[in-house]
Write a protein that binds this ligand. Structure first.
Ligand SMILES: *[C@@H]1O[C@H](CO)[C@@H](O)[C@H](O)[C@H]1NC(C)=O
Ligand SMILES: *[C@@H]1O[C@H](CO)[C@@H](O)[C@H](O)[C@H]1NC(C)=O
Ligand SMILES: *[C@@H]1O[C@H](CO)[C@@H](O)[C@H](O)[C@H]1NC(C)=O
Ligand SMILES: *[C@@H]1O[C@H](CO)[C@@H](O)[C@H](O)[C@H]1NC(C)=O
Ligand SMILES: *[C@@H]1O[C@H](CO)[C@@H](O)[C@H](O)[C@H]1NC(C)=O
Ligand SMILES: *[C@@H]1O[C@H](CO)[C@@H](O)[C@H](O)[C@H]1NC(C)=O
Ligand SMILES: [Fe+2]
Length: 466
């Protein structure tokens, strides 16, 4: 469906009133058409992949939330030449008192590649809402970074999340990351919807591309936590070359605090951060009835206390509602399993990736079908989440441009461009969402919407998008 949204211009007492959102059925496909170009990876000698100077200097530094409530931070880094030091020194700003945390070391091999020494260290008992400095490495190779801990969990705590997906390490990935960093309203934490390095697109999944990705993203991941979700490019299952342990590089490099939410595997877990409760689901682990993920989610959703954390956000890799001709209906089996719960527990928003383009849905559900009744069309549902596909980081495989026509009713807005988004929580009732193309000015938004919280303010917000 084209840009049919009824635009009504009316002169009322000399005042121009512009209403572009009167018709919400059918949605719109952006009139912005990005030039289709081949997506290529930056060469290994590109500036963004430079190794920090000095023997055994720590590299690929990244941080993620270390516990359930944001009082711990997991720090990871890699040393290439020898194990080196496992210690992180850290201190709050305005304090001379330094603390030390001891980490653990791991490494792995993949076909004929052997990783460097991967260090993981949990910084605990952090104060909320405090800037901390931390350093890793020894003597002349010591490197210092900083992060700010989230405010204490509570209902009206403002907080901004960045949304990035399917990033990869192409020239476009670099532009997307730069746009996120330069966005005047950038997030304080990134919710990453899966597909990190795309190393698996190289012969034998050349794992040097995991190292280069770690060095490339360090400029953001060392300073603000990225909350990780596993995508299909993290599976790395290649039995032909003897690699039959799925997710090996990913789990060795990107730890997550899954035990803090009683999860039994690092692919599904939850955290609280500020005023939000974030549930990460695994598109590539079993999710059918009786499986560990199913049992976990069944127990998890009733635990969410919307008085404490009004915003219930779900992140997964494979989208349930997607109207591009790529990965069409791949998320369908999981939708059939879990969608009734999302309605029952009033999930505010679901972020997914996988499809290399951008799309935002209406609030819709499709839960009435029971095989014999024929009721199988999505309907408007104010208890349903908004589904956002944001797999448009930059990847290596190119943009998804081919869309199903006509545009289905459930699709509110779609555009084949690279970009990122921010979800800016103001209080328990309002959050401002904005999507940015990676080729506009840093403050330009290409799709925006005021979210009204489904628990506290469940009004129809379909007129708040632009
Ligand atoms: C791994 O094998 C590939 C293909 O056989 C080869 O090009 C590459 O140099 C090897 N790498 C190492 C570290 O031996
Ligand atoms: C990546 O982006 C940064 C920041 O804009 C820039 O300095 C750098 O030259 C870019 N590198 C490549 C290979 O495009
Ligand atoms: C980090 O430490 C905190 C506080 O002791 C603990 O709750 C959490 O489980 C630890 N995280 C990991 C990943 O070990
Ligand atoms: C929900 O959270 C609020 C605010 O933290 C608290 O007062 C209340 O006891 C919690 N409810 C339950 C059922 O735990
Ligand atoms: C778009 O996808 C449809 C369905 O897979 C296919 O039939 C069509 O040829 C594709 N169009 C282009 C231009 O690739
Ligand atoms: C919540 O935030 C919205 C948007 O900034 C604002 O209009 C509203 O007044 C706020 N509500 C309260 C109770 O402060
Ligand atoms: Fe994917």
């Amino acid at each position: 469906m084209g840009v049919y949204c009824c635009s009504v211009f009316a002169f009322v007492l000399g005042v121009l009133v512009f209403a572009s959102t009167l018709c919400v059925d059918g949605g719109s496909t952006s009139s912005f058409v990005r030039k289709v170009e081949k997506t290529i990876d930056m060469p290994l000698d590109a500036d963004v992949f430079i190794t920090p100077p000095g023997y055994n200097a720590p590299q690929q530094v990244h941080i993620t939330q270390g516990d359930h409530v944001g009082k711990a931070m997991l720090v990871t880094w890699v040393t290439m030449d020898e194990p080196g030091s496992n210690t992180v020194i850290y201190w709050p700003q305005n304090s001379k008192k330094k603390r030390k945390a001891e980490g653990m070391l791991t490494k792995y091999s993949f076909f004929n590649y052997t990783s460097g020494f991967i260090h993981h260290c949990n910084l605990t008992h952090l104060r909320h809402d405090t800037k901390y400095f931390y350093s890793v490495g020894l003597d002349h190779t010591k490197r210092t970074f900083w992060f700010t801990t989230p405010p204490e969990v509570g209902p009206d705590v403002p907080y901004t999340f960045g949304l990035i997906g399917d990033l990869g390490q192409s020239y476009d990935s670099n532009i997307t990351l730069t746009h996120y960093e330069m966005n005047p309203t950038k997030g304080e934490t990134v919710l990453f919807v899966g597909d990190l390095s795309y190393a698996d697109n190289y012969p034998n999944h050349d794992n040097r591309r995991w190292d280069s990705w770690g060095r490339f993203t360090e400029r953001s991941t060392a300073y603000q936590p990225w909350i990780w979700t596993a995508g299909n490019h993290e599976i790395d299952f290649v039995p032909e070359i003897g690699e039959d342990e799925p997710f090996k590089p990913y789990t060795h490099r990107y730890p997550v605090p899954y035990k803090s939410s009683q999860s039994t595997a690092p692919f599904w877990y939850s955290i609280k951060r500020a005023s939000s409760y974030i549930i990460i689901l695994a598109s590539y682990s079993a999710y059918g009835k009786y499986t560990p993920q199913y049992k976990w989610l069944e127990k998890e959703l009733p635990k969410v206390n919307r008085t404490e954390t009004p915003w219930l956000i779900v992140v997964m890799h494979s989208p349930w509602y997607n109207s591009y001709n790529y990965h069409y209906m791949e998320g369908e089996t999981m939708r059939v399993m879990y969608e009734p719960w999302f309605i029952k527990y009033k999930v505010d928003v679901v972020f997914a990736g996988h499809v290399h383009a951008y799309e935002r849905s209406e609030r819709i559900s499709n839960v009435a079908y029971n095989i014999v009744n024929g009721i199988c069309k999505p309907i408007k549902d104010q208890s349903a989440p908004v589904y956002i596909t944001i797999g448009d980081g930059g990847n290596l495989e190119g943009l998804a441009t081919n869309m199903t026509e006509p545009q289905p009713d459930y699709s509110a807005f779609r555009e084949a461009s690279f970009g990122h988004a921010t979800f800016d929580i103001k209080n328990r009732t309002h959050a401002y969402y904005a999507w940015h193309r990676n080729q506009d000015g840093y403050s330009v938004t290409a799709d925006t919407m005021w979210f009204f919280n489904r628990y506290w303010n469940a009004k129809d917000e379909s007129i708040t998008s632009a």
